[in-house]
Design a protein around this ligand. Structure first.
Ligand code: ZN
Ligand code: ZN
Length: 605
């Protein structure tokens, strides 16, 4: 899926697009305009209609901000994208900056002139984000101005229309709890906050709450829409009526009203007229919504999206769906890995052919809805690029002596998967084996930990790094993220990371366990399973009940890369037990050749 790449300008188009935008800004009396890589829902993936940053600058990464002034232009990206931005953007016209060195706000404060008017689209920024830019403008003596309509849309001639994918019921068979029961639970949170209503802007929260799924962005079955939920459990869903399918209204019931998207404003005005208190997540909502509410006379109660935490705690139906999806996905992945060993040894296999083949195995299940993110298929040095995406230009052969890093996932109706395996092509070096074993020790350290109530992912992160730290090594990404059930592959609010996170791990949460190690220009290693937080249990002779993690992902880890002497007895026992589980579960589901391969790949060490 390359629709965003197709939107990006050629070098000649870039200059022309910039100058068209500058003319439009001048016409509006603006000195400049801020362009985030965001839509009105602050999602990880944006539809082509909202790919304004890519259309204007050529940058296709998943996070970044450009600031275009009349005589200067800059783009700000994080550490994942400092190399990619230089590849994609004409740096003569737009200067790239790593945000660690200078943030857009710092640059705005330094660069804007006195009395300059800087424009922004209030649908694309959160209230928290706007406050930061406002401060920067104030430092420069400039003014931040909300644009009623986006100036890029005014000059983007063939802008794709907003998506209009059908919204369908997500039945109880998969959701496990009625929307009515969920709404009653969330209504209690609203009442306690205390507020009279909440405005939901995250499509995954809306999808979970109303038991619906859509298809407006790639990789996640999200229904792009807004919702207001009232403290009495009633809700209104604001959407393009073209997305409504027959049976949707009946599925939602008479407590959920279907409204045209343009009725959101009047609904917010009504909350204001009635002097209501409205719970709003100011870190994810569009600033347009908070401004409209306040102008109308509502009182904002700032708090986390009330659906986020309940959505993260999967119910027993969702857990069993996720387990089934992982068994199915594991069988497809094993068939691929067995094929890979053969194909790679023959030579001539490249990264793109390999990821296409994996997708074909997943499609052969007959139940694949989508990939859950673009597959990362990286051989040798490409494996060291954390967010690598193979392209015709970068495509490498899997050659003897390479490590091959494969991070991929699938969307099935009953669950979402995300798995990384690192595979030796030919004979690995001693260094590759040492590093792989240290990453594996980190993975096992986290997989086997028992922990009491109140522990957060930030407390546990060190377990995944200890064996690397001992050798003076580390990796520059988080260790784990939440995962939705046939929803986003990245969801909060829990995570496993050094970044402070006050959300305690709770039974039913699903997180990834994905330590890694990357040697620039040489190889990359990552071992990722999704794991389920288990119910607290007493340990024999213990005093406090402890939770733990249960692996959902089922696929062999490459034992050819393991240095047995570096593992403790306990670690080796974990690996053998995990491999036995993989073999016993998947053998009945794969063909004879794969079963033979699997028996060898999961042999005890
Ligand atoms: Zn992954
Ligand atoms: Zn992941």
């Amino acid at each position: 899926m390359n629709e965003i790449t197709d939107i990006a300008p050629s070098i000649t188009e870039l200059g022309e697009r910039l100058s068209r935008l500058r003319t439009e800004l001048a016409r509006r009396g603006l000195a400049g305009f801020v362009i985030p890589r965001a839509d009105a829902h602050q999602g990880e993936y944006v539809p082509p209609h909202d790919a304004r940053l890519a259309w204007l600058t050529g940058f296709t990464g998943s996070a970044g901000t450009a600031v275009i002034l009349q005589n200067k232009a800059a783009i700000f990206v994080d550490g994942r994208y400092t190399l990619q931005v230089r590849d994609e953007v004409d740096t003569q016209l737009i200067s790239p900056h790593p945000v660690m060195e200078i943030s857009p706000e710092e640059w705005i404060a330094d660069t804007l002139g006195k009395n300059d008017r800087l424009g922004y689209d209030p649908w694309l920024h959160t209230p928290d984000g706007v406050t930061k830019i406002q401060k920067a403008c104030a430092t420069a003596g400039a003014e931040l101005v909300a644009c009623a309509d986006n100036p890029i849309d005014a000059v983007w001639v063939d802008q794709p229309p907003p998506p209009k994918a059908a919204i369908t019921p997500y039945t109880l068979e998969y959701a496990g709890e009625t929307s009515e029961a969920k709404r009653a639970r969330i209504a209690e949170i609203i009442a306690k906050s205390p507020a009279d209503a909440t405005v939901l802007t995250m499509p995954d929260s809306i999808a979970w709450l109303l038991n619906i799924r859509g298809g407006d962005v790639t990789h996640s079955p999200l229904p792009l829409s807004f919702a207001v939920l009232y403290a009495d459990g009633r809700a209104e869903l604001f959407l393009d009526p073209g997305k409504i399918t027959s049976g949707l209204a009946a599925h939602l019931g008479n407590q959920v009203g279907l409204r045209d998207a343009d009725q959101l404003g009047p609904a917010l005005d009504a909350l204001g007229r009635e002097a209501r208190h409205v719970l709003l997540d100011t870190s994810t909502a569009a600033s347009w919504i908070s401004s409209r509410l306040m102008q109308a006379g509502a009182t904002l109660v700032s708090g986390a999206d009330p659906c986020a935490l309940p959505k993260a705690r999967k119910n027993s139906t969702e857990i069993s769906g996720m387990q089934k999806a992982h068994v199915r996905d594991g069988a497809a992945l094993c068939s691929f890995l067995a094929w890979l060993d053969q194909a790679a040894s023959k030579g001539g296999l490249d990264e793109m052919t390999a990821s296409d083949k994996l997708q074909a195995f997943r499609e052969a299940t007959g139940l694949l809805r989508d990939l859950s993110f673009p597959t990362i298929s990286g051989a040798g040095p490409n494996g060291a690029i954390v967010h690598y995406r193979a392209s015709v230009k970068s495509n490498r052969l899997l050659e003897p002596g390479n490590l091959y890093l494969l991070d991929s996932g699938a969307q099935y109706l009953d669950g979402t998967t995300d798995v990384t395996r690192t595979i030796a092509i030919g004979k690995p070096t001693a260094e590759q084996q040492d590093r792989f074993t240290r990453v594996l020790k980190g993975h096992i350290g986290l997989a086997t930990i028992r922990f009491p109530k109140g522990v957060t992912g930030a407390h546990l992160d060190v377990l995944a790094r200890a064996a690397l730290w001992k050798a003076g090594l580390d990796y520059d990404h988080g260790t784990g993220h939440g995962v939705g059930c046939y929803l986003g592959v990245h969801e909060g609010p829990q995570s496993i990371s050094r970044r402070p996170n006050s959300v305690a791990l709770e039974p039913g949460m699903i997180v990834s366990n994905e330590p890694g190690y990357y040697k620039q220009g040489a190889f990359g290693i990552r071992i990722e399973n999704l794991v389920l937080v288990t119910e607290p249990q007493m340990i024999e002779g213990g005093e406090r009940a402890m939770m733990g993690f249960q692996a959902l992902t089922l696929a062999p880890m490459d034992v050819r890369l393991v240095v047995r002497a570096l593992l403790t007895e306990e670690e080796a026992a974990w690996l053998n037990a995990y491999h036995a589980q993989v073999r016993e579960t998947l053998t009945p589901l794969v063909d004879a050749a794969t079963a033979g391969w699997l028996a060898n790949a999961t042999r005890a060490i």
